[in-house]
Design a protein around this ligand. Structure first.
Ligand code: ZN
Length: 103
């Protein structure tokens, strides 16, 4: 299990010109945390989903991110049990620390 790699930004400037209000990959990444926390406002969620439809890199990134969160959740829920061998301890600690950060 390796940490998700941020995909290289693709040439999507032309696309953004044709779809007003479409967020770019950087904004997508910023929205992603709130998306998973369920705190993304509906208007932004629409932009988020729209970007997801047109951007393969971000789809892949989201999938990897989701997988990381699920691994972290599993570790959190089974904190008294043994961790799977393929979950790096520092990754788990980083996720647990993020979960305990208010706001
Ligand atoms: Zn993107």
């Amino acid at each position: 299990m390796t940490a998700p790699q941020r995909p290289r930004p693709a040439r999507k400037r032309a696309l953004h010109k044709f779809i007003p209000g479409l967020i770019n990959c950087v904004q997508f990444e910023e929205f992603m945390v709130n998306y998973f926390e369920g705190t993304l406002p509906p208007a932004r969620r629409m932009s988020f989903n729209a970007h997801l439809k047109v951007c393969r890199e971000c789809r892949d990134y989201l999938a990897a991110y989701k997988q990381t969160i699920e691994l972290g959740k599993a570790a959190f829920e089974n904190r008294d049990g043994p961790l799977p061998d393929d979950v790096p301890e520092d990754l788990v600690q980083a996720i647990l620390a993020a979960r305990n950060t208010p706001g």
